[in-house]
Design a protein around this ligand. Sequence first.
Ligand code: PLP
Length: 376
Amino acid sequence: MFEEGAALKQRYGEENVFDLSLGNPVMEPPVEFKQELKRLAEHPLPGMHRYMQNAGYPETRAAVAAQLSLETGIGFTMKDIIMTGGAAAALNVVLKAILNLGDEVIIFAPYFVEYRYYIDNHGGVAKVLPTDEHFIPKLDVLEAAFGAKTKAVIINSPNNPTGVVYAEDFIHQLGELLRKKEAQYGTQIFLISDEAYRKIIYDGLKYPPVWRHHSQGIVVTSHSKDLALPGERIGYIAVHPDCSQQGELVDGLIFCNRTLGYVNAPALMQNIVRHLQQVTVSVAEYQKKRDFLYGHLVDIGYSVVKPQGAFYMFPKSPLEDDVAFVAELQQWKVLTVPGRGFGTPGYFRISYCVDDRTLGGSLAGFKKAARKFNLS
Ligand SMILES: Cc1ncc(COP(=O)(O)O)c(C=O)c1O
């Protein structure tokens, strides 16, 4: 997508291509990030470019733990936190540490594309389950899908690609179901919560922490989106303090962080984000973009579940063949992604973390494509 978009922009001019295909935030990091960067450059810490403990700087882990304790009311300490090279590294480290060959990991379609590859990387088998018309996992389908080899369930809320946020009641029921199945099979089933977009949430909604609902809980997240730092590769894994064999699991995660070749999360970023645990990019800006695009798409005639977080929308494709529809939009220089890439054909993904000119400019293409297929 990255390369195709770049080629089109080169051919037709940047201003004539409306690239809504990538989750690469247009926003600059908050001013506090630049202040910390400047402070470190002017007053470097001794040895700040050396190797460190593979789990990360104790001070950074402690700062993350303090923030999580504040947000959840659960007593996290640095022993529960491993700093990673973003959520992508965090997911690979977790899967490497917990999976045996042939273990099953349940994911829900539409899913973040890389999940299947990450599970495969570590000898796991992805079991893909459908969601309902609002993109919420179906608990009855999930209940029937568990087996003795189920090692984990991955959830992602706010969701990429739909923008849907799971309600606390859903997470509560999910936790109950996991414990029921653990008892039935005499196994441990991890709830891996991918919270890359936890802080980008709209309409005054509060993010319901998964921690209260399952103690075999592992959260993976990053500052790629909430601090707009995707190129800097900084995130973390947090393990529930009451997880069984907690110490052994954390040791395994630290070992895997090292042996998968990540070694440790970037030192400079750890020294910065330590001071930014309460800072987030402007969520109001993203909400404005969501309101603008959602309002126009619905007016034009597209069928869209209103996103409550992240910066994606997943409208229904007017054509059954989502690849053909995405190609049609491309005729009008509007770049989106077919739903089948996320395991859900018949839809397409729009990423609206772009500047207002790109968003506004894309509307003409959406209108023309809609007219061609009699949407409006
Ligand atoms: C749902 C989800 N998880 C994980 C990631 C990986 O993010 P990063 O490795 O930059 O933290 C992304 C990136 O777009 C994502 O959308």
